[in-house]
Write a protein that binds this ligand. Structure first.
Ligand code: PGA
Length: 257
């Protein structure tokens, strides 16, 4: 019922040529993987050229962040309308690097989510605990708190437009992937939270992606978990073969389900 979404978060990597080549390599083979949704999130300066490279293919394009104001004197910021104008249909919000390196709060993320929805961008809202928080037994409390804060004031209609990404901070870019059991526990907990706050029907429809060192070698067992609805992929999304390898695994799972 929930279609898998395989999303690439290119972070602050590549140059014009590299971005174009990677986008072309992904979209050339994308029709083989039409049982899953594919999304590429390049740096903002490459959004336009990536959108042009994937035009006519099933691959969608998204931003990695945005500002909550629609326009004005906010030097260095980019609005949701600008992302949409450059071809984006989605935007990653509240990524752990923005929360922990750049100091974004749940309130900031919440303002951005609301602003993204106003311009019809799909917010991919990231949450995740630090290793110290997991070791202190606070995983559920931290992730629930981030969801409560980042999705405050949203009605059920708006929640249905959102994708959640669970990305344990200790697994991002470290090669230490969460076990399928650890991922499933948090995903199921977040879905329970959505059912408590809204209702089961809404909770059943929202996609919850896993992110953190996902690679072709571990994607199968993660994507098989009942509450894991795709991946937000960093390092492995910078290589077309690895990203498409994950898409292939997702496609095989969808076709067998
Ligand atoms: P990673 O990054 O796959 O390199 O761990 C995931 C992410 O930060 O979205």
């Amino acid at each position: 019922m929930r279609r898998l979404l395989i999303a690439g978060n290119w972070k602050m990597n590549l140059d014009c040529n590299g971005a174009r080549e990677l986008a072309l390599a992904v979209c050339q083979r994308a029709p083989e993987f039409n049982a899953v949704d594919l999304l590429l999130c390049p740096p903002h300066v490459y959004l336009n050229l990536v959108s042009q490279a994937v035009a006519g293919s099933p691959v969608a394009v998204g931003g990695q962040n945005m500002y909550h104001e629609p326009s004005g004197a906010f030097t260095g910021e980019v609005s949701g309308a600008m992302l949409a104008d450059a071809g984006a249909t989605a935007v990653i919000l509240g990524h752990s690097e923005r929360r922990h390196v750049l100091g974004e709060t749940n309130a900031d993320v919440n303002r951005k989510v609301i602003a993204a929805l106003q311009v019809n961008l799909t917010p991919i809202v990231c949450v995740g605990e630090l290793l110290s928080e997991r070791e202190a037994g606070r995983t559920s409390e931290v992730n629930r708190g981030q969801i409560e804060g980042s999705l405050a004031e949203l009605d059920p209609e708006q929640i249905l437009q959102i994708v959640i990404a669970y990305e344990p901070v200790w697994a991002i870019g470290t090669g230490k992937v969460a076990t399928p059991k650890q991922a499933e526990e948090v995903h199921a907990d977040l879905r329970r939270l959505l059912a408590e706050r809204y209702n089961q029907a809404v909770a059943d429809k929202v996609r919850i992606l896993y992110g953190g060192s996902m690679k072709p070698g571990n994607a199968g067992e993660l994507l098989q978990q009942p509450n894991v609805d795709g991946g937000l992929i960093g390092g492995a999304s910078l290589k077309a073969d690895e990203f498409l390898g994950i898409a292939q695994i997702g496609t095989a799972l969808e076709n067998n389900s």
